[in-house]
Write a protein that binds this ligand. Structure first.
Ligand SMILES: *[C@@H]1O[C@H](CO)[C@@H](O)[C@H](O)[C@H]1NC(C)=O
Ligand SMILES: *[C@@H]1O[C@H](CO)[C@@H](O)[C@H](O)[C@H]1NC(C)=O
Ligand SMILES: *[C@@H]1O[C@H](CO)[C@@H](O)[C@H](O)[C@H]1NC(C)=O
Ligand SMILES: *[C@@H]1O[C@H](CO)[C@@H](O)[C@H](O)[C@H]1NC(C)=O
Ligand SMILES: *[C@@H]1O[C@H](CO)[C@@H](O)[C@H](O)[C@H]1NC(C)=O
Length: 497
């Protein structure tokens, strides 16, 4: 169980996915505009975009289309997709013509805010002239992100007929689709096709191509791609290439090669790039190299005036993985003494690290302290203890935390993490303790968000104990529980009809 692994993977995925979308948005660093700042502040105040813009105009201030477009870019860059979309909607309401690329941006935003079906509808509603390679491309990107393979391939074919596929981007989209679907074997032939068609590979293409070999543990394949990239497009090899390469080596257990790639990463990276430090720390932790983890952490702190919470998350996750509780405590204390807002994610990593080592008292002390500091009930902290006690078969102590969570969350519905639910289900699948399952069931079924979980664990306990109950199906119907395939299977055993 490791906390830093999910963070690293998530970062990696985020970066891979963001490369394409963010490319166009990144280079726009211009003087901050007052209206942009007003709109950006809406995230905190929850105000309305159109009202803010209208007020701005009513005050006799002008805002040009170019500014609006730039605002949309900025909002997108900071993942404020809802607000970005509202700005475009406002533009349309004021009869400001959208350019072809702006239609594509809008489609992308719709897919992010309202989902693929809405994006599809928007695409179909576009006038013929606006159905160009940009809008087609945005729809393809949406299908690819949602792993809608059939639709994506059909659209790609249509694009091919229209001559819209002689670019890198559509190919990258199809490749990421195949990665999502685990169809690794399709990637090399797509690369071949690109080469045949004289379509250039960009760093995204190379990265995903490399990754396709890494996923099938073919490190020779990874290296072959890397060398080809160096040879043909050395300029494309930036720190992300080396961090990907290093990650593949770490996974393959090739320590020396990984160290080499990390050294290279450090030599080519921009020292003002936090993300690069995060990768270095995580990857050195993957090599169990505490010395280097601490060295990079020190240079990260030296490079910036403020150490942000993400950096602490990465560092603490790495120390947890390396089981360095002493170092972890120091970094945690430093964070506590400096942090501007109390980020419970940081605390969860620390509690998790102590629980990993069965240092229950310390974990509880941190939890209690955090509960008084956090602005909201620290339910996810309680879940850590529930899972901890369940795994050790201490149902009684688990219930203490569960009851506490339920009593706190009366008004504010508790939505447990999937991992917590799994721990509960696993517990009852094994032991057939019908009495305990019933107790838990009675607690949980009051919470509508976990009602079906309550039945799930009750049924599992019944199955494990070989017990049946002819009333079960009726009870579930009365409780309005939606019976999915999993519940159906369990129900057939407990309540054979
Ligand atoms: C917007 O586009 C329409 C149709 O293409 C055109 O008639 C109109 O003049 C344009 N308006 C502006 C403000 O550019
Ligand atoms: C491929 O593109 C390059 C440069 O863009 C060009 O010089 C070359 O002739 C093209 N080859 C083919 C087969 O189209
Ligand atoms: C940690 O990494 C450094 C730099 O690559 C290397 O010199 C050192 O031997 C490594 N230490 C351990 C314990 O692996
Ligand atoms: C944070 O706290 C530590 C120790 O409490 C202090 O040395 C450091 O200067 C503080 N500031 C930052 C930005 O780390
Ligand atoms: C992380 O830090 C930033 C900046 O200090 C802060 O605005 C944000 O709320 C923090 N995140 C959490 C979840 O506390």
């Amino acid at each position: 169980m490791s906390a830093s692994r999910p963070i690293a993977t998530k970062l990696l995925q985020l970066r891979l996915l963001a490369t394409v979308a963010a490319k166009d948005a990144r280079s726009s660093t211009t003087k901050p505009m007052r209206i942009y700042q007003k709109l950006a502040a809406l995230g905190a105040t929850g105000g309305s975009v159109s009202r803010t813009l209208n007020e701005h105009i009513m005050q006799g201030k002008w805002v040009t289309k170019r500014e609006l477009v730039r605002i949309v870019k900025e909002l997108r860059r900071y993942r404020r997709y809802g607000h970005a979309l509202q700005v475009i909607d406002w533009m349309e309401n004021r009869n400001i013509n959208l350019s072809f690329t702006e239609h594509a941006v809008r489609l992308d935003l719709i897919s992010k805010v309202k989902g693929a079906a809405a994006a599809e509808n928007y695409f179909h509603s576009l006038p013929a002239t606006a159905k160009n390679r940009f809008t087609y491309g945005a729809l393809l990107n949406c299908y690819s992100k949602e792993a809608m393979e059939d639709k994506a391939l059909l659209l790609f074919k249509e694009m091919e007929e229209l001559g819209f596929t002689c670019h890198t981007l559509p190919y990258n989209n199809i490749m990421s689709l195949y990665m999502r679907k685990g169809k690794l074997e399709k990637i090399p032939s797509l690369v071949e096709e690109m080469k045949e068609r004289n379509i250039s590979l960009d760093s995204f293409t190379y990265n995903i191509w490399m990754q396709s070999y890494a996923c099938s543990d073919d490190i020779d394949g990874v290296e072959k791609v890397f060398h080809e990239m160096l040879e043909k497009d050395a300029a494309l090899c930036d720190w992300t290439t080396y961090s990907n390469l290093a990650a593949h080596y770490v996974k393959a257990g090739l320590t020396e090669k990984a160290e080499g790639a990390l050294k290279k990463l450090e030599s080519v990276m921009d020292p003002a790039n936090r993300e690069a430090y995060h990768y270095l720390i995580t990857l050195y932790a993957g090599l169990s190299n505490l010395t280097e983890v601490c060295r990079v952490w020190d240079s990260l702190k030296a490079a910036f005036q403020v150490t942000i919470n993400i950096s602490y998350l990465v560092m603490l996750g790495s120390l947890r993985r390396l089981k360095d509780l002493e170092g972890l405590r120091k970094v945690f204390e430093e964070w506590q003494s400096n942090c501007t807002s109390y980020d419970v994610r940081v605390v969860k990593i620390v509690i998790g690290a102590y629980l990993d080592q069965d240092r229950l008292e310390e974990a509880e002390a941190i939890f209690k302290d955090a509960s008084t500091r956090a602005s909201r009930p620290f339910l996810s902290g309680m879940e850590l203890f529930m899972v901890y006690f369940l795994r050790r078969g201490c149902l009684e102590r688990c219930m203490e935390f569960l009851e506490a969570a339920l009593s706190i969350s009366k008004n504010e519905e508790w939505i447990p993490l999937v991992s917590t639910i799994d721990a509960f289900l696993l517990h009852f699948e094994g032991n057939g303790d019908v009495k305990a399952a019933n107790e838990l069931f009675n607690l949980l079924k009051e919470v509508s968000s976990v009602k079906s979980v309550a039945y799930n664990l009750l049924l599992r306990a019944y199955v494990a104990a070989g017990k049946t109950d002819p009333e079960m199906r009726r009870m579930m119907d009365e409780d309005g529980v939606e019976i999915d395939d999993e519940l159906k299977k369990l129900l057939q055993k407990v309540c054979p009809s």
